[in-house]
Write a protein that binds this ligand. Structure first.
Ligand code: SIN
Length: 527
């Protein structure tokens, strides 16, 4: 490693920082914003009938009873895409009742029938891949290539759960009594309330809904107000796949979001709640669901540590950090939030990371050169700025970026901070934005303590080529998911979920379907 040289780096001519790095950083690259005119009422889709502006209750597309609508905007342009029905509590109750009525017959379908419908739904998603990906980019902002990746990830949950539908096996348990035989069967739990976030407008629907349908449950979905169109298009495809009326209901809402969410947790007809979102909201919903002791699964916030040990392949670690930290412009629950780098490889890692980040192209997701899109809204931009300012005020050094990119849309420059202290906000709470915070450490023991010093525990990552250390650290990290020598852990086949205040239960994998099943023990006596 060459000795560190001192250089002055200016990001966008606005933020300057003096920092010790041993790399040359290209200047002012990666910040080109290219906006496109918002699309017409067909959104540029091949199949415009996928565009739904209404909610779905008992197989009928419906407006809000009072005619209210809310506006959905493109975060890359700030332009309105369309208006969607804004439902309240009365129609939420209707949706729940419709799901309850449909449960009587859906729960009696064979697992093979449910498998076949899920596979049809999967193939329809594949057939409409381009349209569905386009919708994601329009309302969420992620680059089209990334939206296509989400679409593949999303449909893989349907394929996976189609397979799980026919594998919800029970048990035969040997009895201590000669005249008794014990059998365990699994039964669908009932109506599920499904509440999803805007960062994966498609995949978070199928990860929950696929499991619910496979188990024989019916569902009421509340998609996020920022990204309802993808959900509505998916459910249009579910209808085409042959999902009977009432089995899936969609309550679109914005003005009444708190009341609707509460109803979806408190209504005694609902037997299962599944939520992905922030930890504070998760705690509230957990309280509401507790009144009727509902089964609940929660995938809440993370604050993922990403650790680079001195025995790591530094180039691979940089690639992993780019994928993990800047995926969807930092807006995933499993994004690295705190990047701990051992002192002897710190300068090397920091300079290589800075070089890669400087090459990003930030812009409209439909622009082929765009590598990173906007944040979902200006509140998200403000949060990242707050984390940057806080860290700098505590002595961190701004290496790159650090500010909002002016103009239409909600863009923030990809940012690197060095020498961040552990008490900075960026180390204590999830940023959910394109901010890589580098923290220097000396020993394995020290970094494990730092990594676990948080009330949440969703994902954690580290790079090391020492097999003993790999086992030790993987076991020591207080998280639900660990990536060793990789920054990409998400797949349909793995149990996704966290520990501590990051949540309850697991999604995806063979465990995901269990969340929608009750276990029933039957004793056969008198033999
Ligand atoms: C999330 O951010 O909630 C999900 C991320 C993933 O599934 O990879």
């Amino acid at each position: 490693m060459s000795p560190p040289t001192r250089l002055l780096y200016t990001a966008l001519g606005a933020c300057t920082a003096r920092i010790e790095l041993n790399a040359f950083l290209p200047r002012n690259k990666g910040m080109r914003l290219q906006h496109r005119k918002a699309s017409t009422s067909t959104f540029g889709l091949t199949d415009a009938s996928l565009i739904r502006h209404q909610a779905l209750i008992n197989g009928q597309w419906v407006d809000a009873e009072d005619g209210k609508k809310f506006s959905v905007t493109n975060p890359a342009t700030s332009e309105e895409l369309g208006q969607v029905a804004d439902l309240g509590i009365a129609q939420t109750k209707q949706a729940i009742e419709a799901a309850s009525a449909a449960f009587k017959t859906w729960s009696k379908t064979t697992s093979k029938e449910r498998h076949d419908i899920l596979m049809k739904f999967y193939y329809l998603m594949k057939a409409h891949h381009d349209d569905l990906s386009r919708l994601i980019t329009l309302e969420n902002g992620k680059p089209l290539k990334e939206a296509k990746g989400e679409n593949d990830y999303s449909s893989s949950f349907l394929e996976w759960f189609a397979g799980e539908a026919v594998r919800t096996y029970g048990d035969v348990i040997p009895s201590p009594f000669p005249t008794t035989r014990n059998v365990v069967i699994k039964q669908p739990i009932g109506v599920g309330s499904i509440m999803t976030p805007w960062n994966f407008p498609s995949a978070m629907i199928t990860r929950k809904l696929g499991a619910a349908l496979a188990a024989g449950c019916t569902a009421v979905i509340k998609p996020p107000a920022e990204t309802p169109y993808t959900c509505l298009a998916l459910i249009e495809l579910a209808n085409r796949a042959g999902v009977p009326p009432g089995v899936i209901n969609v309550v679109t809402t914005n003005a009444n979001i708190a009341e609707v969410g509460r109803e979806m947790c408190e209504n005694p007809i609902v037997k299962k709640v599944s939520f992905t979102g922030s930890t504070p909201v998760a705690k509230l919903l957990y309280k509401y669901a507790a009144g009727t002791l509902k089964k609940i699964s929660i995938e809440a916030g993370g604050n993922a540590p990403f650790i680079v040990f001195d025995d790591a392949d530094v180039d691979a670690a940089v690639e992993g950090a780019i994928a993990c930290k800047f995926r969807h412009t930092g807006q995933t629950c499993v994004c690295a939030n705190r990047i701990y780098v051992q002192s002897s490889v710190y300068a090397d890692f920091a300079s290589k990371l800075a070089e890669k980040v400087a090459a990003f192209r930030v812009g409209d997701g439909f622009d082929e050169e765009t590598t990173h899109g906007p944040l979902i809204h200006l509140r998200a931009v403000e949060k990242v700025k707050k984390h940057v300012d806080d860290a700098v005020s505590r002595g961190a050094q701004l290496v790159h970026g650090g500010k909002r990119l002016e103009g239409a849309g909600s863009f923030f420059a990809p940012t690197i901070l060095a020498d961040v202290p552990q008490d900075a906000l960026v180390c204590t709470e999830e940023t959910f934005g394109p901010l890589a915070a580098l923290v220097k450490f000396e020993t394995e023991e020290e970094v494990i303590k730092l990594a676990n010093d948080t009330p949440v525990g969703l994902a954690g990552y580290f790079y090391s080529r020492d097999i003993g250390r790999v086992w030790r650290v993987a076991e020591a990290l207080e998280v639900g998911m660990v990536g060793t020598n990789t920054g990409a852990i998400s797949q349909a086949v793995i149990p996704f979920g966290g520990v501590k205040e990051s949540g309850l239960g697991r999604e995806g994998s063979k465990y995901g379907v269990e969340e929608y099943l009750n276990i029933k023990y039957i004793a056969f006596g008198g033999l």
